[in-house]
Design a protein around this ligand. Structure first.
Ligand SMILES: N[C@@H]1[C@@H](O)[C@H](O)[C@@H](COP(=O)(O)O)O[C@@H]1O
Length: 251
């Protein structure tokens, strides 16, 4: 795991966008694994700006998103499909037919998980997966305790996750209780993984991540066992991580 320390959210977003843009330039038909949440908004803004100013093309890119709530229609303003369309897909030249997100409105969510896992395999796997991190260390919606060998599956959202995401919904009651998420095994097959973290809310979990212990209690800690992971974190997110721990990963 390699740590890139940055000053703030803007710098984190710029660095992440640069990595995505070079991936797309190097391999125009890349499979990009994408994430949602507040952390990603700046990165997507940078990609849109670069597309408009420099014409980076996504015509042949395929995207697979990490997760989706169960029970929201695809056009529900809180669905991750809606988020991706609004914040990225509608503003770049990717055909929507090449953008994939688990269908949380499916009648048969178990079958949908199998279909999604197979789809990723049929695309040839993920070249570059972008991840945020939950305050409890979740990646995608893989909550603490999830087996590292799980493929795409249905999850019960932890009360703390529903609470953290409630700010996007009218009330806590409106936050879905379940989601479909790529499993940790699915994520770990990606050829390169970039995890982004910004702000003091992520400081305690960054301490746990950089302790270096691999444990299902901190799902993101599995990334220590992947050969090609870059963490881009800002000063606030790293504020509780001791300098010696940072040095272990800063290269
Ligand atoms: N399923 C998503 C995760 O993929 C995301 O990383 C996390 C952090 O969100 P934020 O970036 O808003 O802190 O929230 C959600 O639960």
């Amino acid at each position: 795991m390699k740590l890139i320390e940055v000053a703030n959210y803007e710098e984190m977003s710029q660095k992440a966008a640069d990595i995505i843009i070079s991936q797309v330039k190097k391999k125009p038909d890349s499979v990009l694994g994408l994430a949602t949440g507040s952390t990603m908004l700046g990165t997507y803004q940078q990609l849109v700006q670069d597309h408009q100013q420099n014409g980076t093309s996504y015509r042949n890119v395929r995207t697979v998103n990490l997760d989706e709530y169960i029970g929201l229609s695809l056009d529900h303003p809180n669905s991750y499909r809606y988020y991706m369309n609004q914040h990225l897909f509608f503003h770049i030249d990717i055909p929507l037919s090449q953008t994939y997100i688990p269908n949380g409105a499916s009648d048969d969510v178990e079958a949908e998980c199998k279909r999604y896992e197979q789809l990723i395999e049929n695309l040839g796997g993920i070249d570059l997966q972008i991840l945020g991190i939950g305050r409890n260390g979740h990646i995608g919606f893989n909550e603490p305790g999830t087996s590292f060998s799980a493929p795409t599956h249905v999850v019960e959202l932890a009360p703390s996750t529903r609470q953290a995401n409630a700010r996007f919904f009218p009330s806590l009651e409106d936050v879905p209780r379940q989601a479909i998420t790529m499993g940790i095994a699915t994520i770990m097959k990606s050829r390169h993984i970039v995890l982004l973290a910004s702000g003091t809310a992520k400081a305690p979990i960054m301490v746990k991540l950089f302790e270096g212990t691999v444990t299902a209690d901190v799902p993101a800690s599995v990334l220590h066992t992947h050969p090609n992971v870059t963490v881009i974190a800002d000063e606030e997110a790293l504020s509780l991580v001791a300098n010696e721990r940072r040095k272990v990963y800063a290269r």
